[in-house]
Design a protein around this ligand. Structure first.
Ligand code: ADE
Length: 257
């Protein structure tokens, strides 16, 4: 997949593409990121890319011509073009999954106080990353590129993808590392039991409980299985269920105390 980002601030993407998982994924050829400087396309005799709004008002508005010409320079027949804008549809994981199926994604970053309205006619859709206003579309573009690239084959392990938050509207279960006790807080004993089925069941229960508590909106969309309902009922009863007690008893010898 190729992602092209149209921006007035190409340097903002240097850190993004040269660190951590993005660096590795791009190095492995999982995707390519091509950053295009909108400024290179201005035909304004003073080299401006923004001017005051017609009719008066605060700030500078990005002119249409440099953006539209920058877009024309990289747009292909199969390109999907999105414009980052607080006015757009709110981005979520299902949109990331759909963008990850594109061969060629072009992300246009707006800046300053706004963008000439006529640019909207040259893009396929407007996308917002949430109900707050940033100073420009660069951070939203990074959020989109990151969330899309990590879904592509070879970016991260398949297991990380299936276990993660939002998969099937369920938040990820809690994770722990050594030592067993940190600042008086211990790791749940079940994780030392060596009983993988019990650990999986416990994690599922924690995911359900966390989603119910923190994201009731996602919880309401869940299609709970019979087993899920049983796990929740167990949790609500406050009793440790037999399967968990048995796993804890048998796994005692593995406990790292
Ligand atoms: N540009 C400024 N704020 C934005 C937001 N919340 N989402 C997308 N683009 C933006």
């Amino acid at each position: 997949m190729n992602i092209t980002i149209l921006t007035l601030f190409p340097d903002m993407f240097t850190g993004f593409t040269t660190n951590s998982i993005m660096k590795r994924a791009l190095g492995k050829g999982v995707a390519t990121i091509n950053v295009v400087n909108i400024r290179d396309f201005t035909k304004d005799k003073y080299g401006r890319t923004d001017t005051p709004p017609i009719g008066g008002g605060a700030g500078l508005i990005e002119k249409a011509q440099p953006i539209v010409d920058a877009l024309a320079s990289c747009r292909k027949e199969n390109s999907h073009v999105i414009l980052m804008s607080p006015r757009g549809k709110t981005y979520d994981e299902s949109m990331a999954v759909s963008f990850a199926k594109e061969q060629d994604l072009i992300i246009v970053c707006g800046h300053y106080e706004g963008i000439d309205e006529r640019v909207n006619d040259y893009v396929d859709e407007l996308v917002s990353i949430g109900d707050y206003v940033l100073t420009g579309g660069e951070i939203p573009a990074m959020a989109i590129a990151d969330s899309v690239i990590r879904l592509l084959d070879g970016a991260i392990t398949a297991e990380s993808l299936t276990d993660e938050s939002f998969n099937g509207n369920l938040l990820e279960y809690p994770q722990y590392t050594e030592p067993y006790e940190f600042d008086g807080k211990t790791v749940p004993d079940i994780l030392y039991s060596g009983n993988h089925a019990a650990i999986e069941k416990w994690r599922r229960k924690q995911s359900l409980l966390l989603t119910k508590e923190h994201r009731p909106d996602l919880f309401a969309k869940l299609e709970l299985t019979k087993a899920d309902k049983k796990l929740l009922a167990e949790a609500e009863s406050g009793e440790t269920p037999k399967w968990e007690k048995d796993a804890l008893e048998k796994g005692k010898k593995f406990l790292h105390r």
